[in-house]
Unconditional design. Structure first.
Length: 625
């Protein structure tokens, strides 16, 4: 039976954790939630971004059977079909074979993988030993026997050296040359790659015709596919129809970016991106990008002048968010380091002397309404990789001061020690029933041997990468909406050739997670009678918010008293409109009154207000990623 095409009255958001092939968990979870809720916000990183993208497309195409398309996806990935979507470039193919051999057979498969992956190097390596054996046997005598014995020792030694030299060259030369990955994502020999497959899945779930694809963020915001795309630079609506968000990591800047990005400072190399995205996606990118002046005589703005200079280097400015194809953002989020190539972009180095000089000259010419000269400008390459390097579980997506709809989240993790998969998938998940506290994940660490050093390094890396996400897991107002799905080391992760039964089991586990969320938030669990988990969740969020207010208001009052807001004019950022200044004064007065209420309250009462729920939180101003 197909998933209903009727739009439920209830609404929700969903955030999904990254986990490479663990993404096969998400389709069944999304389909189950879609039976009860209409998705308004979907977000994730890496594999979670895949789930979010296809889920958003399915919601967009709900009436045309989008969730039926989503439900069928896992059945197309079993029996090694998932692994076949990864097509290496010729120079990195041996490394992929080695990886597959290790994943299938562990260390025992490395030897066979090296032989299959690097046949020429293997032959070169063993050739001297084989030659010594043959010559020794043909020569006879003691000298011949000794030569043959030396040849026997040379075979493995020569093979090891030759393969090591070849592997070193692949890792240090071929992989960086292939944009720091084994696979770029496109198919080969008429077979689709994972980017082709994913882009087609998104468009099919969205119900787009061939002349409408690919799905754009603007389509999701408005709820309708319209071509050609109009409204360049239009901001995200205050209440988008479907709010899709992802995370990517900019290695060059050392920080994450939330996708789609509002910034318009990045450019893409058309020729390079044609090796990363299908042709129809490139057509949409070019159509959505700002038009480039034919010559300096047509330049009327600084932006157009920079676009002209960029075009002469084969670069185009990244389209505005509403015109960005969903598959492009998804690909930016899932560039798993080493396996999937990073995505290069370019920006302008405004601090470079030649850029400053040329830009000053161009601005002067534009002010004088004359064509600017074509001066030198420094463009620099900027590298984007897996969003999970900074935030693999962005559970804070869609949060506001107080919720108007549930924001569910699906976490992933290994089975606790001593626990194995249960045939009943309901026992293979974990969540905070009735807002109970769940014990934090514990990772044991060896204290001697090589395993101690590698384990320490691994935990240090994971902590640096995940601490911000993990700190939310025990926090009131988060823990009761997060469901963890357990996996073994043979499920999800880097297991690229999972069999259909494994995929089906993970899908059933995802559906069990969705069932748990629907049951928890939709069933009466609390007093007074008829209070659901959703009722309790909203109350906890309200209590947690109030508990943070006294400290924040006290800090505000102290700071404002020291600042002297009334000074006129201010040193920077003045209020340019009288109405703006009036609004600011009214807001400041309201905050002053709230701070006075806290200051006048009995300290014991304030302590009672801020003492629960635990652990306590803080309110602070942070930059948007």
């Amino acid at each position: 039976m197909g998933v209903t095409t009727e739009v439920p009255e209830l609404q929700c958001d969903l955030v999904m954790k990254g986990g490479i092939t663990s993404g096969v968990i998400y389709p069944a979870a999304l389909v189950r939630l879609a039976e009860t809720y209409r998705f308004r916000g979907l977000g994730g990183t890496s594999a979670g971004a895949i789930g979010a993208a296809v889920g958003a497309a399915a919601e967009f195409g709900r009436e045309s059977g989008g969730f039926d398309v989503l439900a069928r996806l896992p059945t197309s990935l079993g029996g090694g079909a998932l692994g076949e979507l990864f097509h290496p470039q010729p120079a990195t193919s041996g490394l992929l074979r080695l990886l597959f051999a290790y994943l299938r057979s562990g260390r025992a498969g490395v030897l066979r993988g090296a032989l299959v992956g690097f046949p020429v190097a293997s032959l070169i390596g063993i050739a001297p030993g084989i030659a010594a054996i043959v010559i020794g046997l043909l020569s006879g005598g003691l000298a011949g026997v000794l030569l043959a014995v030396v040849g026997v020792a040379l075979v493995p030694a020569g093979w090891l050296v030759a393969v090591a030299v070849r592997l070193h060259r692949v890792v240090t030369v071929a992989v960086p040359a292939n944009l720091f990955g084994i696979c770029r994502g496109l198919g080969a020999d008429g077979r689709p790659g994972f980017t082709d497959w994913l882009g087609d899945a998104i468009d099919e779930a969205a119900g787009l015709t061939s002349d409408q694809r690919p799905l754009l963020f603007g389509d999701l915001w408005t709820g309708a596919a319209v071509r050609p795309v109009a409204g360049f630079g239009a901001p995200i609506p205050a209440h988008p129809e479907i709010d899709l968000r992802m995370i990517t990591t900019c290695l060059s800047y050392g920080r994450p970016f939330e996708l789609p990005m509002d910034v318009r400072s990045f450019f893409y190399d058309e020729q390079v991106w044609r090796t990363l995205f299908p042709e129809h996606v490139m057509v949409a990118l070019l159509a959505g990008s700002d038009p480039v002046p034919a010559d300096v005589d047509e330049v009327t703005t600084e932006t157009a002048w920079l676009d002209l200079l960029a075009s002469r280097r084969g670069l185009r400015r990244l389209p505005p968010a509403r015109s960005l194809p969903v598959i492009v953002a998804t690909r930016l989020s899932l560039s798993f380091p080493g396996l999937i190539s990073a995505v290069p972009m370019w920006d302008i180095d405004f601090a470079a002397p030649d850029t400053r000089t040329s830009l000053a000259s161009a601005r002067a010419a534009l002010r004088g309404r004359t064509p600017p000269a074509v001066g030198p400008v420094t463009f620099r390459e900027v590298w984007f990789s897996d969003g999970g390097l900074c935030s693999n579980f962005p559970v804070q997506f869609f949060d506001g001061a107080l919720p108007t709809r549930p924001t569910f989240a699906i976490n992933l993790g290994a089975f606790p020690e001593g626990r194995v998969p249960d045939p009943d998938q309901r026992h293979n998940i974990e969540y905070a029933r009735n807002n109970d506290v769940i014990a934090p994940t514990y990772s044991p660490l060896a204290t001697s041997g090589l395993g101690a050093l590698t384990g320490f390094a691994g935990l240090a890396f994971d902590t640096a990468r995940n601490w911000n996400d993990s700190s939310h897991l025990q926090f009131p107002g988060y823990r009761d909406r997060i469901v963890k799905v357990f996996q073994t080391d043979r499920e999800g992760g880097l297991n690229l050739d999972m069999q259909q039964q494994v995929i089906d089991d993970l899908g059933a586990r995802g559906r069990a997670a969705a069932d748990a969320m629907v049951e928890q938030f939709g069933t009466d669990h609390y007093r007074p009678p008829h209070a659901t988990g959703w009722d309790n969740h909203r109350w906890v969020r309200y209590r947690a918010f109030l508990a943070c207010m006294p400290a924040w208001l006290g800090s505000y009052a102290n700071g404002r008293a020291a600042l002297g807001v009334g000074q006129d004019p201010p040193p920077s950022y003045p209020f340019t409109r009288t109405a703006t200044r009036t609004l600011a004064e009214e807001l400041s007065d309201a905050l002053d009154r709230a701070a006075a209420v806290v200051a006048a309250a009995d300290p014991e009462t304030v302590a009672d207000l801020t003492g629960v729920p635990n652990p306590e939180g803080v309110i602070r101003r942070v930059p948007r990623t």
